[in-house]
Design a protein around this ligand. Structure first.
Ligand code: ZN
Ligand code: ZN
Length: 73
C-alpha cells in the first residue's frame, strides 16, 4: 500500500492498515472497526450477533449464483 493519511485521525502513515470492511486507510491505533467507527460496524455486529444464520444463508446463496452463472457461460 502507498503512504496515506489515517481516515480517522489524519495521521500520515507510511504503511497504513486497510480496514477489511470499509477499505479506508488507518493508523495502527485506528485500524480496528471499533476504533474508527467503521461505517460497516453495524453490519459487522449484525453478523456476529446472528453468525450461524448469516453464514448458512450466504453459503446457500453463493452456491445458487454459481450454478446460474455456470449455466449461462
Ligand atoms: Zn488514526
Ligand atoms: Zn472500517
Amino acid at each position: 500500500m502507498k503512504p496515506a493519511n489515517c481516515a480517522y485521525c489524519g495521521d500520515l502513515q507510511d504503511m497504513p492498515f486497510e480496514c477489511n470492511y470499509c477499505k479506508d486507510p488507518f493508523c495502527a491505533e485506528h485500524r480496528l472497526p471499533e476504533e474508527h467507527r467503521c461505517v460497516k460496524l453495524t453490519l459487522i455486529r449484525a453478523k456476529k450477533f446472528g453468525q450461524r444464520g448469516v453464514i448458512r444463508d450466504g453459503d446457500k446463496k453463493s452456491g445458487f449464483f454459481k450454478k446460474i452463472f455456470g449455466r449461462k457461460k
